[in-house]
Design a protein around this ligand. Structure first.
Ligand code: MRU
Length: 359
């Protein structure tokens, strides 16, 4: 028996992760099979969860964090000892390096259960994973409401409002609403005409395969473009707003997101177009002074050139495949968080987050 983790019934009806009522597994929508196949895969251990994260069956910073939290809870069912917890934590943390939500969620679970007796740990860890999931939905809704004010302002001048997004910071990347997509879904619910330019997102095509899929499922008008078309559309005045997510934000407002985001920011700045990163506070890494210290995941050559008959480059071609880039905060109009909108700077973030939170 599975249960939806979203208490918000108006959220887009996409559930990338479902927890079992017996608390012995989670079902994940295998995102490597979309858009052709809607296949759910059962995860019953920390190793299963780590594999699903590393192979990107689940992806997107908030969803990675929640999956890891349940993975740790699952491991505590079989081994609630300190050593067992440490091992599961390490396996999960190593699954992907860039999204800070992974470490944030694991730390939350560990801090909750570490003071408890071994027999109580698994239940408490599961409760905490549930709480992280519920908080993600609420945070995204709040991000959506703040972001909606930006779309409303633009809608006073232009209809439909043309929003460009990159990768998938949508409902599939979270427990509900998405981050960059939350203002779009709320605009649609409010009857504001919106059209989304979906940047396909080489090499794994999260825009084409995932964002287009979920926008279509929710009836949001959209058009798929190749990544390199974004700047040209901006220059032709066909983009009103750029909205993206993030995998990690440094304390000075630098934003790390899917490779290609920086280029979008350069083009947006050159064309005077507003660009915001929509992020829950769990994506902010207060320990980093700036974005240069963010670890950038490098993935395999196969993602770029394909394999065998589908290869798009000669066999043996040397490939560099960085999965993320860093956009300096100065290039962004702002950051939309669940607490409100601020400039992408240390000072801006300080207006929303008190010093005791910024640690
Ligand atoms: O490599 P991915 O698909 O996990 O990358 C995802 C992104 O870059 C998203 O924009 C980011 O995680 C934000 S999800 C709300």
């Amino acid at each position: 028996m599975l249960r939806s983790l979203s208490p918000d019934t108006s959220a887009p009806a996409i559930a990338p992760l479902l927890a079992s009522r017996q608390r012995d597994s989670v079902e994940i929508l295998d995102q490597t099979r979309l858009p052709r196949h809607r296949v759910f895969v059962s995860l019953a251990s920390a190793a299963d969860a780590a594999r699903a994260i590393a192979t990107m069956q689940v992806r997107g910073a908030p969803l990675i964090g929640v999956t890891a939290a349940y993975g740790l809870a699952l491991s505590l069912r079989t081994d609630p000892s300190d050593a067992g917890m440490h091992e599961a934590y390490s396996i999960l943390l190593a699954a992907r390096p860039t999204a800070i939500n992974l470490r944030w969620a694991l730390e939350r679970v560990r801090a909750t259960v570490a003071p408890l007796a071994a027999f109580a740990r698994a239940e408490a860890a599961w409760d905490e994973a549930d709480a992280i999931a519920a908080q993600d939905v609420a945070n995204n809704r709040a991000i959506g409401e703040h972001g909606l004010t930006i779309i409303e302002r633009l809608a006073a001048r232009r209809s439909p409002v043309h929003v460009l997004t990159h990768c998938n910071a949508g409902a599939l990347a979270t427990l509900g609403w998405g981050t960059a997509t939350a203002p779009i879904y709320l605009a649609q619910l409010a009857g504001i005409p919106v059209h989304v330019w979906v940047s396909e997102t080489r090499p794994r095509l999260q825009g084409a395969k995932l964002t287009a899929w979920e926008l279509r499922a929710n009836g949001v008008p959209h058009t798929l473009i190749v990544d390199s078309a974004g700047a040209a559309l901006m220059r032709q005045h066909r983009v009103d707003l750029v909205l993206v997510g993030a995998d990690r934000v440094a304390s000075n407002g630098d934003v790390c997101n899917k490779i290609g985001t920086y280029e979008k920011a350069l083009a947006a700045r050159d064309n005077g177009i507003a660009m915001y990163a929509a992020v829950p506070s769990s994506t902010i890494d207060w320990s980093l002074a700036d974005g240069d210290a963010i670890p950038i995941e490098e993935r395999g050559a196969d993602e770029v050139i394909g394999s065998d008959d589908d290869a798009i480059a000669p066999a043996g071609t040397r490939v560099l495949n960085p999965a993320f880039d860093v956009t300096p905060g100065r290039l962004l109009t702002g950051i939309v968080t669940e607490r409100g909108i601020c400039s992408a700077s240390a000072g801006g973030l300080a207006t929303l987050f008190a010093p005791e939170i910024r640690q």
